[in-house]
Design a protein around this ligand. Structure first.
Ligand SMILES: [Zn+2]
Length: 701
């Protein structure tokens, strides 16, 4: 397929001027008739890889998708772009299905989305040669290695036998090596070309914090994010409800979402979120699968997830439109213990515990988090990312030998028979029952670290665990025990470097202050228009235009059809459907802005005039108003021309006036100021010349 044809189609139907990384290679490979396996992170532009060929191929493209919600979303999106598409699943009535069969028969559809269970239903309408392409979305569902295994997917292997001449494209956002191989085997496409995109989502900031005062931190976080959609993931249903009701009490449009809520209500909550009616969802991990909302601006993990795959998938729901989005993970010692318990009760304890360990290492890391995350997915990065909390605020190390010696000897005195909380209590000289009952107040280590706060001491001990001096005996009530390495510190005076623990205030101060979004911005105006149109048409707002497209409109301010078409995300159909209204809004906004500027300008002259009346010199006025002195001069000239009582002589010396008078004769009264300026070899500035001429003219009249 010719490149210009591809690019024209990309612009016409999807509104993009260029392909994103890998898309072109994949599309080319599809047109060559090859089978393809595409591993691309959420938000990397996977769908274009089969939707674009589908538009150009002669026959229908079948898309196998596991979730009804996802299907509907994609079909709505395609329809909004003017692409004939439909979906078929068990939720439809017979009449609805008949209609679709007819469209297949008459070759009216470009794409048909099908659940694997419904494949049999359409079998009789299709034969080899009648299907141009088969796309299998969320392909990891076919593999029991993957984390979302779906039994119905395993029958998809027959497709290659049924349609031997039709290329297959399998797509997924997460797949480790074992899963990739399994997908190709099960689909009978062992020679599929593999396209593995980078998993790096540069637009997502990464932030990890100790789980202390979580709700207060969340409140601070969302304070600057008015109207921005976000998800808060929690470990338990109870927590989701607690946080949602606290947020509601604070006047924020939040809702809890978990598997215990009835189906209808869950659908409603999800719709409200998608349509921007609800701002925040507090959810268990049940939420988010199959949601294609592109403008989720942030994701918070209230609790630590059980592995990095889940974590990455969940934060990956933010910023699919490619705009900067934030993620925040709270980790706590209690979460780790809880998750360890879950892992021990699961079928494959060793794997689960190993995965949890990697999650924990990530949370407690003291080096660039993105590097750790990407290396987990097999991608090695040389450079630090600059967009994680560690990069923004690198840990400061200090000689922590004495703190380490105190903590380690306390663990030693307690004979490895107490959990971290009791160790901290003893070190801080607490008077509680756990300490007094066992006479720990008699120990030599009792109270030797009173000067350190409970929280800091806990963090230091966690660092000692990470360095390898201490281990947690998970199967013995989580007691802390010394490792052989601890000897070096206790008896051989080995030095220990600990990382300084910043307090929340420090973190807050170093964080870049997010620019306050004003309700008066063009973006907000366009967002409101989009919301209004979405309500009228009863479709999700982002199907009209996504946030990235609105942002570009705000920046470029297109006021003609041609300029509007040049915006990324505006295709032919959207131009026809919405162009007029959006352009109208942009023009109205720009006009309003211009008028405001005008009136502001009027004001600025007035201020200068008032200061002038008070007797201030040009230098004084310019200093006071933080304006260039030439600006002040221009104000005065304008005021003078407007008939205000300004004595220009005040700004001229007799010598200046005489010099200009003489020059005017010599230069034969030129019409512009430049000859004067050059005549004086730039020794007199424009304003002096201009004022002098004005005064001379007045004298002469
Ligand atoms: Zn980093």
């Amino acid at each position: 397929m010719e490149e210009t044809k591809l690019l024209d189609t990309l612009k016409e139907y999807f509104g993009y001027d260029s392909f994103r990384p890998l898309q072109k290679t994949i599309v080319d490979s599809v047109f060559e008739g090859k089978d393809n396996l595409v591993i691309m992170p959420t938000g990397g532009g996977k769908s274009i890889c089969f939707q674009l060929p589908a538009i150009l191929l002669p026959q229908i493209t079948l898309v196998i998708s596991p979730l009804i919600a996802l299907m509907k979303d994609q079909v709505d999106g395609l329809t909004a772009n003017g692409v004939p598409a439909a979906f078929l699943n068990s939720s439809q009535s017979e009449t609805e299905q008949q209609e679709i069969f007819q469209q297949i028969d008459t070759n009216h559809l470009k794409l048909l989305y099908v659940a694997p269970e419904s494949l049999q239903v359409i079998d009789r309408f299709l034969s080899d040669g009648k299907v141009s392409l088969i796309a299998i979305d969320e392909a990891h569902c076919i593999s029991s290695w993957g984390h979302d295994f779906r039994p119905a997917y395993t029958q998809l292997g027959y497709l290659k036998n049924r349609f031997p001449s039709t290329p297959i494209i399998a797509l997924t956002a997460t797949a480790d090596k074992a899963t990739r191989k399994d997908i190709c085997n099960q689909l009978n496409i062992p020679n599929a070309k593999k396209h593995i995109a980078s998993f790096d989502r540069k637009n997502l900031s990464l932030d990890v914090r100790p789980g202390i005062k979580r709700f207060e931190q969340i409140q601070d976080f969302i304070e600057n994010r008015e109207n921005e959609s976000g998800i808060i993931y929690c470990l338990s249903r109870k927590t989701t409800e607690e946080i949602a009701s606290k947020l509601k009490a604070a006047g924020i449009k939040a809702e809890a979402y978990h598997a215990g809520i009835g189906h209808d209500e869950r659908t409603k909550i999800q719709d409200d979120f998608i349509n921007d009616t609800k701002q925040i969802i507090c959810a268990t991990i049940a939420f988010g699968m199959g949601i294609d909302k592109s403008n989720i601006r942030w994701v918070i993990h209230y609790n630590m997830p059980k592995n990095l795959e889940g974590y990455y998938q969940e934060i990956g729901r933010a910023g699919r439109d490619g705009l900067p989005s934030d993620t925040m993970l709270f980790h706590s010692y209690a979460d780790v213990l809880q998750l360890q318990k879950f892992a021990s009760n699961s079928g494959n304890e060793d794997v689960q515990l190993a995965k949890l360990d990697r999650m924990k290492q990530y949370s407690e890391a003291l080096t660039c988090r993105r590097k750790i995350l990407l290396s987990y997915f097999g991608e090695l990065k040389q450079e630090d990312c600059g967009n994680c909390d560690i990069c923004r605020n690198p840990p400061k190390f200090f000689d922590g030998t004495i703190i380490a010696q105190k903590a380690l000897s306390c663990i030693y005195r307690l004979k490895g028979k107490e959990p971290i909380s009791v160790i901290i209590d003893v070190l801080r000289g607490a008077q509680n029952e756990a300490v007094l009952q066992k006479n720990y107040n008699q120990l030599s280590t009792y109270g030797i670290a009173k000067d350190i706060s409970w929280r800091d001491l806990q963090q230091y001990i966690i660092q000692l665990i990470n360095i390898g001096y201490v281990e947690i005996a998970f199967h013995k009530h989580n007691h802390l025990q010394l490792t052989p390495l601890a000897k070096n510190v206790l008896f051989e005076n080995a030095k220990v470097q600990l990382a300084h623990i910043p307090d929340q205030k420090e973190i807050q101060e170093t964080r870049e202050k997010k620019s306050q979004k004003s309700d008066n911005s063009l973006f907000e105006k366009l967002r409101q228009l989009r919301l209004k149109l979405a309500k009228e048409e009863d479709i999700p707002a982002y199907l009209i235009f996504n946030d990235a497209t609105l942002k570009e409109m705000e920046k470029q301010r297109p006021m003609t059809d041609e300029d509007f078409m040049a915006i990324n995300g505006v295709g032919q159909k959207k131009m026809q459907d919405y162009g007029y209204q959006f352009i109208k809004e942009i023009i109205a906004f720009s006009k309003e802005k211009r008028e405001k500027k005008k009136s502001k300008k009027g004001n600025t002259h007035k201020v200068t005039y008032e200061l002038y009346k008070e007797g201030l010199s040009v230098e004084e006025i310019s200093k006071k108003r933080e304006l260039a002195s030439t600006t002040v001069y221009s104000h005065l000239a304008k005021l003078y021309a407007d008939g205000k009582d300004i004595d220009l002589n005040k700004f001229l010396t007799k010598a200046d006036l005489d010099a200009v008078k003489k020059a005017r004769v010599e230069l034969e009264d030129p019409k512009t100021l430049k000859p004067y300026y050059e005549h004086f070899n730039e020794a007199l500035d424009y304003w002096t010349i201009r004022f002098a001429l004005t005064v001379l003219e007045k004298e002469e009249n």
